[in-house]
Design a protein around this ligand. Structure first.
Ligand SMILES: [Fe+2]
Length: 273
């Protein structure tokens, strides 16, 4: 079976309802209202000038689609399969010194979506990715996963430098096993602002950093948390220098999703096939 044989037909198989945002996703920036507790300007107005229709437009948002698989049986089964794969020399590579007895991490090869025994994972992640394509209202013939791979961290200083995924539209990370689950030490996937100009001046904030005033976002994850995002959005895994794994490995499955179809507006025509 090749990845192309395994493409998800856009309208018939994806089981995504037509019309409206798929999967119940909503954009929530947390900045729908302005609350200045202390006046920014020192000047008192002599006559109050009434202002109406205040609104905040979110321009060019970087959307992170978050969901969580609640089926612990499925998650445990995938975890077992990945742990078994780490013992198969033909399935991936250990990070660090070759042959070291105590490796930091392990990475499968990126054709996991085509491997026997991972069909259910492929089909699930493809379905979720297809919903994201539909949310963007992209006109495509099919959606398919170009690659899928497992990442395993055995120790807290497992890390993955900030990066993007070239030649891809959407990427995803499914968190199968998280050390220090549900806490800030869960070693989540960390996202960073792709706009360098936005960080030229970075004032302190009075309360907490939030989506509209921070350059780094580390959403807390639980076992089963799935993130899907544009492939150009920089992300990575920070080392956890504060808490031990307590014997629980960090396991994720990452993937890239691409379209089949024509792009023929405003450019030289392109066909992705
Ligand atoms: Fe990545």
């Amino acid at each position: 079976m090749t990845s192309k044989d395994n493409k998800l037909s856009w309208n018939s198989d994806s089981k995504v309802p037509n019309g409206g945002p798929a999967g119940g996703f909503t954009i929530n920036t947390g900045i729908n209202e302005i609350h200045n507790e202390r006046p920014v300007s020192p000047f008192e107005e002599e006559k109050e000038i009434k202002v109406t229709d205040r609104d905040i437009g979110v321009l060019f948002p970087s959307l992170l689609f978050k969901s969580r698989v609640d089926d612990t049986e499925f998650i445990d089964s995938v975890k077992e399969r990945i742990i078994a794969a780490t013992k198969d020399e033909k399935a991936g590579t250990f990070s660090g010194e070759p042959g070291a007895p105590d490796p930091v991490g392990w990475y499968s090869f990126d054709d996991l979506h085509q491997k026997e025994g991972f069909e259910d994972v492929h089909n699930f992640l493809l379905r979720e990715a297809a919903q994201v394509f539909q949310y963007y209202d992209y006109k495509v013939e099919q959606v398919y996963l170009t690659s899928m791979w497992a990442n395993v961290g055995f120790k807290p200083y497992y890390a993955h430098m900030n990066h993007t995924h070239p030649n891809s539209l959407f990427s995803g990370v499914w968190h199968i096993s998280c050390p220090n689950v549900g806490t800030q030490f869960c070693q989540t996937t960390t996202f960073s602002d792709p706009r360098p100009g936005a960080r030229v001046i970075e004032p302190n904030v009075n309360k907490d950093f939030a989506a509209h005033n921070s350059g780094i976002v580390s959403p807390i994850v639980n076992n089963g948390s799935l993130f899907i995002f544009p492939s150009w959005l920089p992300h990575g895994v920070n080392a956890n220098s504060y808490r031990d794994y307590n014997g629980i490995p960090r396991i994720t499955i990452a993937f890239n999703a691409m379209m089949v179809g024509n792009i023929d507006t405003r450019t030289a025509p392109i066909r992705f096939s």
